[in-house]
Design a protein around this ligand. Structure first.
Ligand SMILES: [Zn+2]
Length: 421
């Protein structure tokens, strides 16, 4: 039996309303199942070594619910452009280069290293349309112990000539890649990943829905991100008045689906997401950068729709999900103003919950330290952040970490019951 005992200031959010903080507590996991948090170590564990992190903070591993691995190459560039201009100028030409496996290896290694250093335990990731490079990305994530659903993306229409598949070629390559990878890894699984509705013909969307069902796979895409994108979808599918019903028509919405953005949902579409059990990946930094809009996250939470956070590299420039937490509060305040102070803004415990347990539920019992959950944890040394820690409560210390910490403050990482940094 593998027992891990971590000691330190333990902080998590079993519910989204408040933090549970245990100063100088013991977190015990047996065979990747959390047994409990204790202020005194129970007798039966007395002979087992304790990893003592002293005054540091121990928090659940972070979950990045929407990120584009190839776009790591140009993160921080083109942030004064709108979505379609940004895609044509940066995203598509860069993604085309991932046909070259030696190029892919350099940037996918850098991407996975950055994720690990920034405390991400779990992620849902876009690759490119190239199956070999996407398989390489999966190998690298497995080595670095990042548990992930990874997608070879599909694009067979309204895409540049140099980055466009035929419908039959797209579906055949996707099925072969699924067969090659679905049983190959411990931490990493393939996910069905249409880029978004505009770049996929109805033939491809239909085929992807069938593949998701045939192999019981998770599904990842974008929904209602931008008014331009939504206009294309309305024109192509005039019988539907929203993106959600189009995806649903092709069998792509269920409780294994994560959809990024959802900025302009209709009432019917919100109800549909709730009924189907879809998780929404909220990517606040990206929504602001590409001037897409502000999604009604408060409304989704009030309705009981599942929500996690995404970095959306490179629409977002920071790969750290703590930054997404801070940005989620910030953006929700603008929404509060936009709604004439009707939609109350998000609280610090709420955004922490979204970045841990909110996304974690997509992977099973992940993102919390409650008994029965998997052991994903990050250790944070906040001693360099300024104010002496003994002047602050643990709630204040984690709030300060959310706003001020970066990878220099993260000192250990555990994923699925194993040390990973
Ligand atoms: Zn995206």
């Amino acid at each position: 039996m593998s027992t891990i005992i971590l000691k330190g200031n333990i902080i998590h959010t079993p519910s989204r309303t408040h933090f549970e903080c245990i100063p100088h507590g013991y977190l015990v996991s047996e065979n990747n199942q959390i047994q409990g948090i204790y202020t005194e170590l129970p007798e039966q564990y007395k002979n087992i070594p304790v990893q003592d992190y002293k005054d540091r903070l121990i928090i659940p591993g972070l979950c990045d619910m929407h990120v584009h691995a190839p776009q790591f190459v140009y993160r921080g560039l083109g942030l004064d452009l709108q979505l379609m201009d940004w895609l044509n100028h940066y995203a598509f030409p860069t993604e085309a280069r991932f046909q070259d496996l030696s190029y892919a290896r350099i940037y996918y290694e850098a991407f996975a290293d950055a994720m690990a250093k920034n405390g991400t335990s779990r992620a849902v990731i876009f690759g490119t349309l190239h199956a070999p490079a996407t398989e390489l990305l999966m190998e690298i994530l497995e080595q670095k112990k990042i548990a992930a659903y990874v997608g070879k993306i599909n694009m067979d229409t309204l895409s540049p000539d140099y980055l466009c598949e035929t419908p039959e070629g797209s579906l055949a390559a996707t099925e072969q890649w699924i067969l090659d990878t679905k049983d190959r890894f411990h931490y990493v699984q393939p996910a069905i990943t249409p880029r978004f509705i505009p770049t996929c013909s109805s033939e491809v969307l239909k085929g992807l829905g069938e593949l998701a069902s045939k192999y019981d796979l998770h599904i990842h895409s974008h929904i209602s991100e931008d008014l331009g994108e939504m206009g294309i979808v309305r024109e192509r599918y005039p019988q539907y008045d929203n993106d959600g019903e189009v995806y649903d028509h092709f069998g792509l919405l269920n409780d294994k689906t994560v959809m990024a953005h959802f900025i302009y949902p209709t009432d019917r579409e919100l109800e549909l997401m709730k009924q189907r059990g879809v998780t929404i990946a909220h990517c606040p930094q990206s929504n602001g950068n590409v001037a897409a809009g502000i999604p009604p996250i408060r409304r989704m939470l009030d309705m009981g729709i599942k929500v996690g956070l995404g970095s959306d590299i490179a629409g977002g420039y920071s790969i750290c999900i703590l930054r997404a937490m801070a940005d989620a509060v910030y953006l929700s305040k603008l929404k509060w103003l936009e709604s004439k102070k009707q939609d109350s803004f998000l609280t610090i415990p709420e955004v922490f919950y979204l970045g841990t347990k909110g996304g974690g539920q997509f992977f099973g019992k992940v993102g919390s330290f409650e008994p029965g959950y998997e052991l994903d944890a990050m250790v944070v040394d906040d001693s360099s952040l300024g104010t002496p820690a003994d002047c602050l409560t643990l709630e204040e210390r984690i709030e300060r970490v959310i706003h001020l910490a970066d990878d220099r403050n993260f000192t250990a990482r555990y994923v699925a019951g194993e040390a990973a940094l």
